[in-house]
Design a protein around this ligand. Structure first.
Ligand code: NAD
Ligand code: UDP
Length: 316
């Protein structure tokens, strides 16, 4: 039986990944200190013999009994408001957490997959962003704690690959959404859905003309799984190239929720990237992967999740 360890497995993406690996008949060890995650995301797995939860901060060394085939490092604050509130934890989980988990993978001769991010491209000067682009990051701005932690993590992974021959993978994840996001994690998808469901104004930062490209979680997890079982050791972008402005996104949310919420403009966060769209040519060619869930379909499922979370009485 294949055993996979997922750090950050009680978070949004990590919990979906645990589900997927269990579906592939892996035994799963989930390691999380619940900093931004929640046990509710994995509560449905606690009774299973093939699932183990270990509450632990991966910036501190740890050991696991028995063999491990894969180590997938997903632990890290990921929402801008989280990493701006937790700058040192973010830097530590990207550096010490990556070092500790790479050491574990090396000791177990396990394959290692790092959850990296489109933020390694910073406020990009190349559009869309191919993996070959080196990025435009402000190391000393508030956002730098996340961007540089992930850039360091990628460098550390490649060093372990080159020096210690650890079998590594790097996925650069672009904005992904879906059920199990925290309603108040500050990211635009849960923020707008929450506001529209409550009939409150949608908080658009800046002029709303900055762009993002949103990927549904099921598509992302499929891409990550394909990367894990592939032989591709260079970083691979996984995301949905369907790009839109934040204002267009606000309109889409109010339309799908049939809400009469207005838009209010708030200051743009420092160093907020002006554009973002993945170039997924490599994923298409090397993994035969591309997203298949439309924005409407993915958002409808996500809105349903938030309705269940907030308004159970309205549905009865
Ligand atoms: P999340 O906040 O829901 O999940 C992160 C998880 O990591 C949480 O459960 C948290 O408790 C855990 N964690 C944080 N620090 C830890 C530590 N020191 N030790 C153990 N556990 C720790 O965020 P997410 O959106 O699921 O993101 C997961 C990963 O994917 C992150 O590494 C993030 O950088 C990356 N990513 C996500 C997106 C996205 O759009 N969701 C985009 C790019 C990259
Ligand atoms: N944003 C917004 N209103 C919000 C939250 C975010 O206008 O309430 C904007 C944010 O400034 C950014 C985009 O939406 O331009 C995506 O933000 P998010 O935090 O989801 O992810 P990012 O891509 O910035 O990491």
């Amino acid at each position: 039986m294949i055993t996979s360890l997922v750090t950050g497995g009680a978070g949004f993406l990590g919990s979906h990944l645990c589900d997927r690996l269990l579906k592939e008949s892996h035994r799963v060890v989930c390691v999380d200190n619940l900093l931004t995650g929640n046990k509710n995301n994995i509560a449905h797995l606690f009774d299973r013999d093939d699932f183990t939860f270990l509450e632990h901060d991966v910036t501190r060394p740890f050991e696991i009994d028995g063999p491990l085939d894969n180590v997938l490092h997903f632990a890290s604050p990921a929402s801008p408001i989280d990493y701006l509130e937790l700058p040192i934890q973010t830097l530590k989980v990207g550096s010490l957490g990556t070092h500790n988990t790479l050491g574990l993978a090396m000791a177990k001769r396990a394959r290692y997959l790092l959850a990296s991010t489109s933020e390694v491209y910073g406020d990009p000067l190349v559009h869309p962003q191919p993996e070959s682009y080196w990025g435009n990051v402000n190391p000393v701005g508030p956002r730098g704690v996340y961007d540089e932690a992930k850039r360091f993590a990628e460098a550390m992974v490649m060093a372990y690959h080159r020096v210690h021959a650890v079998d590594t993978r790097i996925v650069r994840i672009f904005n992904t959404y879906g059920p199990r996001m925290r309603p108040h994690d500050g990211r635009v998808v849960p923020a707008f859905i929450d506001q529209a469901l409550r009939g409150e104004p949608l908080t658009v930062f800046g002029d709303g003309l900055q762009t993002r490209s949103f990927c549904f979680v099921d598509d992302l997890v499929e891409g990550i799984f394909r990367l894990l079982i592939s032989e591709v050791t260079d970083p691979v972008n996984i995301g949905n190239p369907h790009e839109m402005t934040v204002l267009e996104f606000a309109e889409k949310i109010t339309e799908l929720i049939d809400s009469d919420s207005e838009v209010v403009f708030k200051p743009l966060p420092i160093d907020d990237p002006k554009t973002r769209q993945p170039d997924i040519s490599n994923a298409r060619r090397q993994l035969e992967w591309e997203p298949i869930v439309s924005l409407e379909e993915g958002l409808t499922k996500t809105i349903e999740y938030f309705r269940e979370l907030f308004l159970p009485s309205e549905r009865k």
